[in-house]
Design a protein. Structure first.
Length: 338
């Protein structure tokens, strides 16, 4: 028996179908077209299925629609959306071949070697992946560095000042990736805990390897840690900032990391030196001798990276100049990874 709930002062709304707001397609409708959703909700009598039951009260309906729309807008506000850029700040005059950087690569294949940093911009943050180096560091002489501009000056091509950088994610503590951290006074630094501890401690013990490490960078990082400006990331597959995760496994250094960015439209992997050049990625081979503590792990990490992206072009190596011919040019020496 159905109860007749009609009355003289209450408008009648029949509830027939959940299809307006039910199912994943309609969740997407709410998320991406909330204005249209509210219009549909207010204009249609077909809201939810109750097999002929009736609901009274336009006021209740309006309040319900406002609550749903508020939730939808909140979800949208929390959705990450980043732009990702590669910025060249120096090159090398040395005549490198692919064999210098990838195991088994031909000596006859020449490569153009660049030094670069990466900017992740969005959600109120300007995040650098690696910080480059200052050109007075002795290590730079071995590479015959050319076309050098300070990394903070490279950022000015995107309208940013050094003080605008909110975070620096360090893939590893080699001089060409860490020495420029001090250029960015407001940045909080993220680095793998095991990599940091080895860098500032055990690496300097007798018999350990300090190749690529510089003492002034050690002192700088210790001081930043004492100042509370460093977070030590403990392990693999960690979301350190909404939409941004770090992964380990390549062991370019003691426990180097690479960065996965969810831009809102696709994933981008900023491999840094966890892939030196495209040849390793294209042929699934480890780096040349000295490029990793675990050649098999290095290859497995590249295989894993491929599962994270919709297209392999979104995996970005650390030093291959081809990066700047594969993506849209924003300014001289700057491309957007999209």
């Amino acid at each position: 028996m159905k109860k007749n709930l009609t009355g003289p002062n209450v408008p009648l709304i029949r509830i027939e179908s959940i299809n307006v707001i039910g199912g994943w397609n309609h969740v997407q409708f709410m998320l991406y077209r909330p204005g249209a959703f509210l219009h549909a909700l207010l204009s249609t009598p077909l809201l939810i299925s109750c097999s002929g039951d009736y609901l009274y009260g336009m006021k209740k309906l309006f309040l319900l629609s406002v609550m749903i729309l508020s939730g939808v807008l909140y979800v949208r506000a929390q959705t990450t959306a980043y732009k990702v850029y590669a910025l060249k700040f120096a090159g090398s005059a040395l005549p490198f071949s692919a064999a210098d950087w990838a195991k088994g690569a031909p000596q006859t294949d020449s490569i153009k070697f660049n030094f670069m940093v990466w900017l992740i911009k969005g959600n109120g943050r300007n995040i650098l992946v690696d910080a480059g180096f200052l050109n007075d560091i002795d290590d730079a002489k071995e590479f015959k560095v050319i076309d050098y501009i300070r990394p903070d000056s490279a950022l000015s091509k995107l309208g940013l000042k050094a003080g605008d950088v909110t975070d620096i994610i360090l893939s590893h503590p080699h001089w060409d990736h860490i020495d420029g951290v001090g250029l960015f006074p407001n940045a909080h630094v993220w680095i793998q805990k095991d990599d940091f501890n080895y860098f500032v401690g055990a690496a300097w013990q007798k018999g350990e390897g300090i190749g690529g490490f510089n003492k002034r960078d050690v002192r700088m990082m210790v001081d930043l840690n004492l100042a509370g400006k460093v977070t030590l990331v403990d392990g693999d597959n960690k979301e350190i900032i909404p939409g941004i995760k770090v992964f380990t496994g390549s062991r370019h250094t003691f426990n180097s990391e690479y960065v996965l960015v969810n831009t809102g439209t696709n994933n981008v992997v900023l491999a840094s030196d966890n892939i030196w050049i495209y040849y390793s990625l294209d042929h699934m081979v480890p780096p040349a001798d000295g490029g990793t503590l675990d050649p098999a792990g290095y290859v497995k990490a590249m295989q894993r990276m491929k599962t994270m992206v919709s297209n392999v072009k979104y995996i970005i190596p650390g030093h291959d100049a081809q990066v700047f011919s594969k993506f849209p040019i924003v300014a001289a020496g700057v491309v957007e990874i999209k």
